[in-house]
Design a protein around this ligand. Structure first.
Ligand SMILES: [Ca+2]
Ligand SMILES: [Ca+2]
Ligand SMILES: [Ca+2]
Length: 400
């Protein structure tokens, strides 16, 4: 114990032992009244409150009581000379306490009043340190910069009544709070609680609107009105994770959806054959809401060009199937042969590779007359039918 503390110690003991409980000794009232000269009251937050008695001697006992001196809050015994800290059982709730000292082989001193400082309150955040990320499709987040390790940040709704999320900083710098549900209001309130301090006042922070995706450009959309296969919409110049939705002409019925995995183009297959003259298409980019819809024209389905009747040969056979031969076709072309009225299908054939095709007819043609023939190319509607003459079956002539 140095000379100065020894002197203080003597004063304290002297005053404390004065009969009749004069708490403030006449010769040193200020120093004693403040208490802090001899004691420090540590009004902690989140950990036990404590009282430290400076300059204790070995075997000194310090007792801490409630403001009225009736309830013992904690006791400590010095194992050696120096500071003695008494941990209290419960959090302090009053604005003062009473403290006594008992030297070895002496009676307990009078109790002296000591002020209890208020628990420290964390300074409120500056709105400059709060950034709200109003995401789409993923959790909204709030990023607080300039925090210290162990700081706790809490985000509340606009009224400050509902906790939306909280986080504890693991290191100095910035901390991100993931919110439990999507933001629905224009503002949030954010508080900070530093180590050993109460939660700060809440600071308002503005919530930006969710970002909308850019509209698709009409030039980037091509509708393929297929036949026999799904209709498709082809969109160029998309970014990874973009989603394109195709709706009917009024924009009310979803016809198909597609997502690009990397920058580039996309083909959206539609669920049903197109029946209207236009569709609407929207873009939904990553972390953005769906764009406005734009119109795209639906072209008519392609109709196959009609055959040239002069190139078609009808073989009016006898006792074997009559045939119709069509030259110069493409793989997957389908030729259909009908009766003279065009109502009854007499035969059909599909071209397996480029070249001629022969259609065998189901029923015998007998008389002179006509048949009608159509062509259906891949991904096209059936052509108009063309009329081809049928010659009479040949009759055998006697040799001369
Ligand atoms: Ca406390
Ligand atoms: Ca959001
Ligand atoms: Ca179609």
């Amino acid at each position: 114990m140095n000379q100065k503390s020894s002197k203080l110690y003597t004063k304290l003991i002297t005053s404390a032992l004065v009969a009749g409980s004069i708490v403030m000794p006449a010769f040193q009232p200020t120093a004693f009244a403040e208490g802090s000269t001899y004691f420090a009251v540590n009004n902690n937050v989140g950990t036990a409150d404590s009282v430290t008695f400076f300059s204790a001697k070995a075997k000194d006992v310090v007792k801490v009581y409630s403001a009225d001196g009736n309830t013992l809050l904690g006791t400590g015994k010095a194992s050696k000379a120096g500071d003695l800290t008494v941990k209290l059982k419960n959090q302090l709730t009053e604005s003062s306490i009473q403290v006594s000292l008992t030297n070895y082989n002496k009676r307990e001193s009078e109790k002296v009043d000591v002020d209890v400082p208020e628990e420290a309150t964390t300074e409120a955040l500056s709105s400059d340190n709060i950034v709200v990320n109003n995401n789409v499709g993923t959790a909204d987040t709030v990023v607080i910069s300039g925090v210290k390790a162990k700081d706790v940040v809490k985000v509340y709704n606009a009224a400050g009544e509902i906790l939306l999320g909280s986080a504890k900083a693991s290191k100095d710098g910035a901390v991100t709070i993931k919110l439990r549900s999507q933001l629905a209001e224009d503002t949030v309130q954010v508080s900070l609680s530093t180590y050993n301090s109460l939660e700060s006042d809440k600071t308002d922070a503005e919530v930006p609107e969710e970002m909308a995706s850019d509209e698709l450009s009409a030039d980037s959309i091509t509708v393929s009105n297929n036949v026999g296969n799904s209709d498709t919409v082809f969109i160029t110049g998309l970014k990874a994770k973009d989603v394109v939705k195709v709706y009917n002409a009024t924009g009310e019925t979803l016809l198909g959806t597609g997502k690009v995995s990397k920058d580039g183009d996309l083909t959206v297959k539609l669920k049903a054959q197109l029946a209207e003259e236009s569709v609407q298409a929207s873009l939904t980019s990553y972390n953005k809401i769906e764009s406005e819809k734009v119109d795209a024209e639906v072209p008519e389905e392609t109709t196959t060009e009609a055959l040239t009747p002069e190139t078609i040969i009808v073989n009016n056979n006898v006792d074997m199937a009559d045939t119709v031969v069509v030259p110069g076709l493409k793989a997957k072309d389908v030729v259909k042969v009908y009766n003279a009225s065009g109502e009854t299908l007499l035969g059909t054939a599909k071209v397996s590779k480029d070249g001629d095709v022969m259609v065998k007819l189901k029923a015998q043609l007998t008389e002179e007359g006509t048949v009608q023939v159509s062509l259906t190319s891949y991904n096209s509607l059936e052509s108009e039918k063309v009329e081809v003459d049928v010659l009479e079956e040949e009759v055998t002539e006697f040799p001369n």
